[in-house]
Design a protein around this ligand. Sequence first.
Ligand SMILES: Nc1ncnc2c1ncn2[C@@H]1O[C@H](COP(=O)(O)OP(=O)(O)O)[C@@H](O)[C@H]1O
Ligand SMILES: [Mg+2]
Length: 456
Amino acid sequence: MSKANILIVEDDPLQRRLIKENLEQEDYTVFESASGKEALNMIDDHPIDIAIVDYKLDGETGISVIQDILEKNPLITPIMVTAFGNIENAVEAIKKGAYDYIVKPIDFGEFLLVIARALERLKLKKEISILQNSLEDKFSSKNFVFSSSKMEGVALLVSKASKSDATVLISGETGTGKDFVAKTIHFSSKRKNGPYLAVNIPSLPETLIESELFGAEKGSFTGAFERKIGKFEAASGGTIFLDEIGDLPSQLQVKLLRFLQEKEFYRLGSSQPLKSDVRIMAATNKNLEKLMKEEKFRPDLYYRLNVIHIHVPPLQEKKEDIPPLVDHFIRKYNEREGKEIKEISAEAMNFLLKYSFPGNIRELENIIERAIVFCEGSVITSVDLPIFLKDKKEEELIQEGLSLKDKVKQVEIREIKKALLESGKVKSKAARSLGITERILGYKMKIYNLFSDQEH
Ligand SMILES: Nc1ncnc2c1ncn2[C@@H]1O[C@H](COP(=O)(O)OP(=O)(O)O)[C@@H](O)[C@H]1O
Ligand SMILES: [Mg+2]
């Protein structure tokens, strides 16, 4: 089997034959062309991997041929052949997109090594592009599951943020889907073919955060044995996701702010400013307003980050999303486990709807994953659910036979009554414990005909 398809673009028939013979000995399939025009026709008709292009062609330069080839098919790797002593041509060719150059008279040992290296890179490039496509697919907006009006609002912001290049701040409890939102935005934005790099700030020791983000020169700190490229540099052309931004130490808050303002940063131990074209998205499960009041988070940084603010509500506030999410996770884990589970029983669903999900969607996903592994039949039943879900007092059960909307209403009424009772009927306190604003609590109390004694 041929190792790769190689196209020779060379107007000298003798030279062409020499290259062809050497390549064919190594089991490459060789195509020949004497001009740029012929080369472009060849590319249309054959799946070419590498193009060997001579610099001096009849009436044109190899550089313009390389540009034309890349314009037609950017996955082809061009290699320039140039006469000895014309290195500046080779440098120009590389600037215009050639992968490497070979000097005439050709040393075929070296020539074959260059080809092998180019193929190695090509393989990597193809793998990355496949990976990128599957990620794109995974985080396309069609996998963004919801039915609640709250998430409709989030989805609208996600779509707005995908069309923009502005900084995004995503807030919400753990497991609500903050990473998921950030990835969905990146993979539907114009940066989708660029890198997406995530940094979880609390997982890094404080002394390493700076070099991790901005890079470090060799010897700039103990343990810096060689130059380190930071995430800001590596993510150029793409997006960097700063997870748990509330934990960023204050001297790094200053550096991040400078980057947001000037698009410039310094490697640790260097005074040379560097630029990077990277979009920043940040997430937090902490209340940044509170951190600002406590002077733990800089307001100027907050306003720079908060250009587009997306708040992802906890699952408890959008129980309508549970059934479609359950369906989605059943499909996902059916595929992984090779099972054909069709649905979940009404009783089991009822247990899920009654549960508070402190771990939000992540917890729901784990519960369904586990249920799929345990489930023997074609329907998930309450037997497949963890014990703690079912360990509820009788009065907390929701009436059967109601529509989903009414069940959710019952849950809301029950939780609001409970919160009012526990807060001594102080509305502001109850609202806080429910994780909603006092205004929304007031609204809900009005529509459900619930009154706190404060008002009456
Ligand atoms: N709207 C959604 N639709 C489908 N899956 C979701 C959605 N939101 C979150 N998930 C899934 O829930 C899990 C937790 O989400 P993640 O983004 O890691 O949460 P967070 O960063 O807020 O802790 C992930 O496996 C993610 O794929
Ligand atoms: Mg996360």
